[in-house]
Write a protein that binds this ligand. Structure first.
Ligand code: FES
Length: 110
């Protein structure tokens, strides 16, 4: 079962920034890169560190975990370098009437 959850006005996200949002037991990294929106799991798949605190790479479309430097593709959630080897969740998200809206499933992150 899925549900649409409104998170925040898109305009509140600074260009090329990421913020962590905790909702319904999910930890999300909400990312704005230029005018593109991405929502991925905030917990690095290597260890329990917040991806929203990492650096964005506009050219590669990735976010870098600040702890050990793995980068994750914002579209697929797949790591693009070690030490992480597993993908993080990717959530369907869109801007509806100016509000960041994400599609959640009942499945929770481990
Ligand atoms: S905790 Fe993210 S790469 Fe190690």
């Amino acid at each position: 079962m899925t549900s649409e959850v409104k998170l925040m006005p898109f305009d509140e996200l600074a260009v090329d920034s990421a913020v962590r949002v905790d909702i319904d037991g999910h930890r999300l990294a909400v990312v704005r890169m230029d005018d593109e929106l991405y929502v991925i799991g905030d917990r690095c798949s290597h260890a329990d560190y917040s991806l929203a605190e990492g650096e964005l790479d506009d050219d590669e479309g990735t976010i870098e975990c600040w702890k050990h430097g793995s980068t994750f593709d914002l579209k697929t959630g797949e790591p693009t370098c070690l030490p992480a080897t597993k993908a993080v969740p990717v959530y369907a998200a869109s801007v509806v009437d100016g509000i960041v809206t994400v599609t959640m499933t009942e499945e929770r992150q481990p």
